[in-house]
Design a protein around this ligand. Sequence first.
Ligand SMILES: Nc1ncnc2c1ncn2[C@@H]1O[C@H](COP(=O)(O)OP(=O)(O)OP(=O)(O)O)[C@@H](O)[C@H]1O
Ligand SMILES: [Mg+2]
Length: 415
Amino acid sequence: MTKINPFKPNSPVPTAMFAGRINEVVALEKGLYQTKLGQPATILMTGDRGIGKSSLLLFLKAVAVGNIKSPEYENFDFLSIHIPVSDKLDIGTLLKLIERNISREIGKVESIRSFVANTWSFIQRIKVMDSGVSAAEVDSEVELQLDQFSYSLAETCKRIVKPERGENKKDGILFLFDECDNATPLLRIGYFFKTVTEALQRQGCDNVMFVVAGLPDTPEKLSISHESSVRIFTPLKITELSLADRIYVIDKGLEAGNKLNVEQTTISDAAKDQIAALSEGYPHFIQQFAYSAFDHNTDGEISLEDVFDSAFKLGGAIDAIGNSYYASAFNEKIKSDEYRQVLSIMAEKMNSWITKAQIRQSFTGDDSTLTNALQALTTRKIILKNPSKIGEYRLQQRGFALWIRLFGKRNRDKK
Ligand SMILES: Nc1ncnc2c1ncn2[C@@H]1O[C@H](COP(=O)(O)OP(=O)(O)OP(=O)(O)O)[C@@H](O)[C@H]1O
Ligand SMILES: [Mg+2]
């Protein structure tokens, strides 16, 4: 009988399987509490691919709407609005999306329906700016739109925090903006946050919390449209899971699996430790190694051998990790084996800085090839050049470095 595999390498983790991140959860819950009391929190969550940003946002959402009780506080009851940012999103569409979410969430209540419709009616008049409009005209139109938007948001928030006609009282509004590294200049995302948070404050609306998440280059995306917008945020960096948390992720996953399946599965301590070590704390890697080992296992106990075989085999965990995140950067953007060799050498230091001289020691090609490789990899944004130290480079992401190391090991083991 095929068992249902509980591990989730390709989607944010369901709240029941969410593990660890105690400090981050405490910080976010504190933000909710303060926002409820009128000291609104504005948080910028950054971290590598697959480190667990979206999962943490989903967990926060569950706490905010009262589906999960925080051990510290009474149940929260926020209105929560989740916006995944894509590279197609412009500011007009963003405002419409928010309006639609608000109408959907609170427009259901009869007594508030006409209030919502009236307060947000300006949305129907948002113009599509065609190419004939001058930049100055676009700017002033956006300014007017944001002014109306902030007013409508403030009125809506005040109404649900202090309801007038027997509606349920809410704690405030929580905005979750995910994947903000996708933002293009058309979204004016930094300008949006700066303008809206200031306008809300002016209008005495103190119960709106913004959480903005994305890859580590998100701050740069914010500063394109407003240089100082990053300063309004409290930074929250998401890093690798501790060893204990990695084990907890595996235990929680298996526990969920054993609820779903009649046939039970266990795992040896050595197998767990190996998954924890291979993953280096990347939850995405833990889920994938555990998924593949669960899949590979036939006798009900996941052993060290199951972990190794399923990780390194063709089509195994490492291939899957590469296919979902890194293979295109490694194989398609880079056509030369020598360039790939440079990346492998750099990956030995994960994503720490390494000098050209250090790379040269292990590189088998000639000097001009190395120079060209470093230049091409920098231009393609696969590696970063140290702006304050000449001749130093590093890989952009630890996850990518880890994958190159494991992938290289797989290829060596195959030979
Ligand atoms: N706290 C956690 N407990 C268990 N599994 C987790 C946790 N956080 C993340 N994961 C798992 O790690 C993987 C990546 O998580 P997630 O999608 O949240 O990361 P991300 O940082 O949003 O990635 P991306 O940069 O690609 O958007 C998923 O498989 C998810 O199930
Ligand atoms: Mg994500």
